[in-house]
Design a protein around this ligand. Structure first.
Ligand code: PLP
Length: 397
C-alpha cells in the first residue's frame, strides 16, 4: 500500500473519481460492442456514448451535435489551428492568427509551427500580473485576421481571461474565436453561448475523468478541415473507433464537476487562501505570481526567492507532497517557463516558482502539513545558497 501522499498537482491531472469508475465498469467488463455496430451489443454502447455527448453539451451549454470527442485537448487545439489553416487552402487571405504569449504548448508550439508554414501569428503580451490588455487585441486585428485563440484559464498561474469580451471583439470583426477551456471546466462556469465562441477545447483528465479523451465544441455551421482521414465516426470529422470508456467516463465526470462546482469552489478557495496566507506570512521573500483577483479557486503560484523550484519540488516529493514547478524541466536543460517569463521576464522568478493546485481531495491538514514542510525545506535550501548568504549579509551592513 502506498503511504499517504498529498497531491497538489491537480492542474497537471486529476485522479479518476469513484463515480466515474462505477459508470465505466460495465463497459470494461460486459458491454464490449463497437458503437458503430448495428446489433444489440453495438447499440447499447452507442446509446451510452450519445448520453455522454448530451452531458458534455449540457455542461457547456452547447447542442450535442456541436460536440466532437477526440483523444485529448492537445488534439483539440491542433484540430482548430491546423484545421482552420488547412481549410483556407492555397489562396489564404485570412492567414493571420492572434493568440497570447501565455498559451499551453499545444497552442503555442502549433502556432509557431504554422508560422514556419507561412502563417502570420501575433502573440499578445501580458502585464506583470499575467493579464491581457484588450487594446492590444484590438490593435493587433488586421484585414487578414481570421482566427483568435485564447485560453480561458492559465494552467501555470490560474489567471482567468476575459473570454466574453474577447468573443465580442471577435464577432465585431467577423473573426472566428477559439477558447482553450481545459483549465476552466469544474473550476468556473463555462458557457459557450455566453462566451460567444466558435470552438472550445476540453479534456476529461482535468476534472476527474480518464486520461486520453477530450471534446471539441464546434459551433453549428463552422467547418474545420479534418486532420485525419478514415471512417465515419464523429460525423466523419474525427475518424477512429471511439474511446468508449473514456467518453462515458467524461460524461459522468463533467456532470458531477458542474453540479458540485459552486460548493467545491468555495471550499477549495478557502484552503488555497489559507495556504497562501500562511506561506506569505511565515516564509520570507515569497510572492504570489499571477493575479489573485482574477484566478481560479484551485491554484496558487508562489515564488520562493533564492531557491530553485526544482529543488523544492524534489524535497517536497521526498516528504510525500506532489507539486509542480514554473520551469519546464527536461533532462538536458532547465528552461524557464515561457508563461512566467511573459509576466516580467525575470528568470529568477520563473525558476523559483512553485504551482500548488488543489482539488477535491485536498484537506486543511494537507495544507498545514505542506506549509510546515515548506518552511523547513526553504530554510534548508536557502542555507545552501551563496546568493542568499550574500543577500542576508549585505542586509546587515
Ligand atoms: N491546454 C491547457 C491550458 C492545458 O493545461 C493542457 C494540459 O495541461 C492542455 C491544453 C493539453 O491537454 P491534454 O493533456 O488533454 O492534451
Amino acid at each position: 500500500m502506498m503511504t499517504h501522499r498529498i497531491y497538489f498537482d491537480n492542474s497537471a491531472t486529476t485522479p479518476v473519481r469513484k463515480e466515474v469508475v462505477d459508470e465505466i465498469m460495465p463497459f470494461l467488463t460486459e458491454l464490449g460492442g463497437n458503437p458503430s455496430s448495428r446489433h444489440w451489443e453495438g447499440r447499447v454502447v452507442r446509446t451510452a456514448v450519445e448520453q455522454a455527448r448530451e452531458k458534455v453539451a449540457a455542461a457547456l451549454n452547447a447542442d450535442p451535435a456541436e460536440i466532437y470527442f477526440n483523444s485529448c485537448a492537445s488534439e483539440g487545439n491542433n484540430t482548430v489551428l491546423r484545421g482552420y489553416m488547412l481549410g483556407l487552402g492555397k489562396n489564404a487571405k485570412k492567414n493571420h492568427i492572434i493568440t497570447t504569449s501565455v498559451e499551453h504548448p499545444s497552442i503555442f508550439n502549433t502556432a509557431a509551427a504554422l508560422e514556419k508554414e507561412g502563417f502570420e501569428v501575433t502573440y499578445l503580451p501580458v502585464d506583470g500580473k499575467g493579464n491581457l490588455n484588450l487594446d492590444d487585441l484590438r490593435n493587433a486585428i488586421k484585414e487578414n485576421t481570421g482566427l483568435i485563440s485564447t485560453m480561458f484559464v492559465n494552467n501555470e498561474i490560474g489567471n482567468i481571461y476575459p473570454v466574453e469580451e474577447i468573443g465580442k471583439i471577435a464577432r465585431e470583426h467577423n473573426i472566428l474565436f477559439h477558447v482553450d477551456a481545459v483549465q476552466a471546466v469544474g473550476k468556473i462556469h463555462v458557457d459557450v453561448k455566453k462566451i460567444g465562441c466558435d470552438f472550445l477545447t476540453v479534456s476529461a483528465h482535468k476534472f476527474y475523468g480518464l486520461k486520453g479523451v477530450g471534446a471539441l465544441f464546434v459551433k453549428r455551421g463552422r467547418v474545420l478541415k479534418n486532420l485525419l482521414t478514415g471512417g465515419h465516426q464523429e460525423k466523419g470529422k474525427r475518424p477512429g473507433t471511439e474511446n468508449v470508456v473514456g467518453i462515458i467516463g467524461m460524461g459522468k465526470a463533467i456532470e458531477l464537476a458542474v453540479a458540485e462546482l459552486d460548493d467545491e469552489a468555495k471550499r477549495v478557495a478557502a484552503l488555497r487562501d489559507h495556504l497562501e496566507q500562511r506561506v506569505l506570512a511565515e516564509i520570507p521573500y515569497t510572492r504570489v505570481v499571477g493575479d489573485p483577483s482574477h484566478r481560479v479557486p484551485t491554484l496558487s503560484n508562489i515564488s520562493f526567492r533564492f531557491v530553485e523550484g526544482e529543488g523544492i519540488l524534489l524535497k517536497l516529493d521526498t516528504e510525500g507532497i506532489a507539486v509542480s514547478t514554473g520551469s519546464a524541466c527536461s533532462s538536458s536543460d532547465l528552461k524557464a517557463s515561457h508563461v512566467i517569463m511573459a509576466l516580467n521576464g525575470d528568470p529568477e522568478e520563473a525558476h523559483s516558482s512553485i504551482r500548488f493546485s488543489l482539488g477535491k481531495h485536498s484537506t486543511l491538514e494537507d495544507v498545514d502539513y505542506t506549509v510546515d514542510t515548506l518552511k523547513s525545506t526553504i530554510s534548508l535550501l536557502r542555507s545552501f545558497s551563496p546568493i542568499y548568504d550574500e543577500f542576508v549579509n549585505a542586509d546587515k551592513h
